[in-house]
Design a protein around this ligand. Structure first.
Ligand code: GCU
Ligand code: CA
Length: 449
């Protein structure tokens, strides 16, 4: 504890000073807002959200993670991510750790387990919350952090390769390096650079975090100062071993250059600006390295024009069918947007919190008042049916029950008939038992002419 407090606090003071010096341009335009009740949050993290005024129609999303003793608002103030969000239209989440050290949990077994609890689960919920409200591009979700936040970036990319497309870790350590027993928040051995493993061992740690996962692995950008006295320099090499191995690469760079004074940049698995692994070593720099937000955003591709999105749909003509995905705004999912069970349409599904009242809500259009046919696509992998109130424009009109479908990847469609108003309508599925809703893929509406 004492080592950390001394080492990292000193680092933060220096970092804050240098960051303030190079923030010449005015603070970003939109305001940072706190979000509560964003979903499962086992360790009571706080969540601050930065949505730029010119947010894209299908925005990218960045989780920006503070150092020990830091907070989300301080990280927002002292880094350039929000200004870059103003420029490029992406959204930033700033989580705040809620323990006296203000370090993220990167050391308990829960935190190092996918869905295991603690901070990573809360951060995953924050991402789901934003996905359910802002039509986030699932292929442009990233994490970046400094020190404790860099360690967490390694953890998040290991646990949730299906969520994060890339990360940037400024002065971090590999996933599982900081594991402790008996509740200690500090691994002296790891911090001191004494945990040395083979690429295979580090890679196995990541693969074992999500057994059976066969999808793409997140790209990783790693930064470290050679004189880091808090999380010593050998951790840089260990991180390179881990992420190159995860990508099936060896540790010989295919590209080397010097993008700045004292900097050596190596790339693995590709020579271009978005290689699977990119590592920047900073000669003579200590733990308080400058957070080069611009370079992280470039590596993510968040500085590029967004992929072209289809024009917004107009109200359907009579007799037509419109599908409303549960994962896409303006739908609301009281829970997380997941994609871990196959067979869904769109980019994922709503995994409602397992609680009565953890609803999924759709905003739908009807060309004229009258009867409409709803089809709710759902999966319920347990044998107990999950009942819910069907609430149309605030009134409960039916209580459908969603039977077991045999597996979470087996989807079924339930057909319901309701009366809608002309124009906008709100349709909510509100679970009435503690199991919550089944996973909800979409709502389709057919209006008769
Ligand atoms: C599992 C499953 C989820 C589902 C949940 C539930 O955790 O992976 O997709 O939503 O069970 O019981 O609601
Ligand atoms: Ca659920």
């Amino acid at each position: 504890m004492r080592t950390r407090a001394k080492g990292l606090l000193a680092a933060v003071v220096a970092l804050t000073a240098s960051a303030l010096m190079f923030l010449a341009s005015p603070a970003s335009a939109a305001t940072l807002t706190e979000v509560t009740n964003f979903g499962t949050n086992p360790s009571n993290l706080r969540m601050h959200l930065y949505v730029p005024d010119n947010v894209q129609a299908r925005p990218g999303l960045l989780v920006a993670l503070h150092w020990c003793t830091g907070t989300g608002p301080v990280f927002h103030r002292d880094t350039q991510f929000a200004q870059l969000a103003d420029r490029h239209g992406f959204i930033v989440i700033y989580p705040t750790a809620n323990r006296s050290s203000q370090c993220f949990d990167v050391y308990t077994q829960q935190a190092l387990t996918r869905g295991g609890g603690s901070d990573p689960v809360g951060i995953r919920s924050m991402v789901g919350y934003v996905q359910s409200r802002y039509n986030v591009d699932p292929n442009r979700i990233f994490a970046a952090g400094m020190s404790s936040g860099a360690m967490m970036t390694n953890v998040l990319l290991a646990l949730y390769p299906d969520v994060f497309r890339a990360g940037a870790a400024f002065a971090g350590v590999p996933y599982t390096c900081f594991r402790t027993t008996g509740g200690s928040e500090w691994s002296t051995e790891c911090a001191n650079g004494q945990i040395i493993r083979t690429p295979q061992q580090w890679g196995d740690a990541v693969r074992n975090a999500y057994p059976g996962y066969t999808g793409p692995r997140p790209r990783m950008q790693l930064w470290h100062g050679t004189n880091d006295d808090a999380l010593r320099y050998p951790n840089f090499t260990e991180e390179i071993k881990q992420w190159t191995n995860v990508h099936g690469l060896n540790q010989t760079p295919v590209f080397t250059d010097s993008p700045g004074s004292g900097q050596t940049r190596t790339r693995y698995g590709g020579t271009g600006g978005q290689a699977p692994v990119e590592a920047i070593s900073m000669q003579g720099v200590g733990h308080n390295l400058p957070i080069n937000a611009t370079e992280a955003i470039r590596f993510f591709g968040l500085n590029a024009a967004p992929p072209t999105s289809p024009p917004p749909s107009s109200p359907p003509p009579g007799g037509s069918t419109t599908r409303y995905e549960a994962e896409a705004s303006p739908a609301v999912c009281t829970g997380t947007i997941d994609s871990n069970w196959s067979g869904y349409s769109g980019s994922g599904f709503c995994n409602g919190g397992n609680a009565a009242g953890a609803y999924a809500q759709f905003a739908v259009n009807a060309p004229a008042a009258g009867t409409a046919t709803l089809r709710v696509r759902f999966a319920n992998g347990v044998t107990t049916a999950r009942p819910a109130s069907l609430i149309v424009n605030g009134a409960t009109v039916q209580t459908p029950s969603f039977e077991g479908t045999g597996a979470w990847s087996t989807w079924m469609t339930k057909t319901l008939t309701v009366t809608l108003n002309a124009g906008g309508n709100t349709i909510r599925l509100n679970p009435t038992t503690a199991n919550g809703l089944p996973n909800i893929d979409y709502l389709e509406i057919t209006t008769s002419s």
